[in-house]
Design a protein around this ligand. Structure first.
Ligand SMILES: [Zn+2]
Ligand SMILES: [Zn+2]
Length: 141
């Protein structure tokens, strides 16, 4: 989770090729939004942010594309808020998330290294999701 990492269109298209996803213009735009803006958007937010630049994009296109990208392992769901699914780029180093209860922004945080050690007894861990909630520095001001 390098803060300055930028996912160029070329890189995103290559990631989609490797994952077996056809890189349509709209899918690339949606994946770029998720990968580069780091807002952990909902599908509605993606739609609202992109509709001006892609007038033919519909809400349904966004939902369908996000699900295609999820099935391909490029996007993951964050169940940080009930009833509102947020999305993050999947191929990233493990990290946790902090949601500010006032401005509703979601920030990337470190993942404590000992987390997987909490599971013992022959269980095999696929994913670890850790969510913090509270106030961000700006909202504490
Ligand atoms: Zn805040
Ligand atoms: Zn994240």
């Amino acid at each position: 989770m390098t803060e300055s990492e930028i996912y160029t269109e070329t890189r995103l298209v290559e990631m989609m090729h490797n994952a077996g996803v056809r890189p349509s213009v709209q899918r690339v735009a949606i994946l770029s939004h998720i990968a580069n803006l780091r807002k952990h958007p909902t599908a509605d937010e993606i739609f609202n942010d992109l509709k001006a630049a892609y007038p033919t994009m519909s809400r349904t296109t966004v939902y369908n594309s996000v699900h295609v990208l999820m099935d391909a392992g490029l996007v993951k769901e964050l169940e940080i808020e009930s009833g509102n699914m947020h999305y993050d780029l999947a191929p990233q180093p493990r990290h946790s998330h902090f949601m500010c209860r006032r401005c509703r922004r979601i920030f990337d945080m470190a993942m404590p290294a000992v987390m997987p050690d909490a599971v013992s007894g022959g269980f095999s861990v696929d994913t670890v999701d850790l969510y913090f909630k509270g106030l961000c520095p700006e909202c504490i001001e």
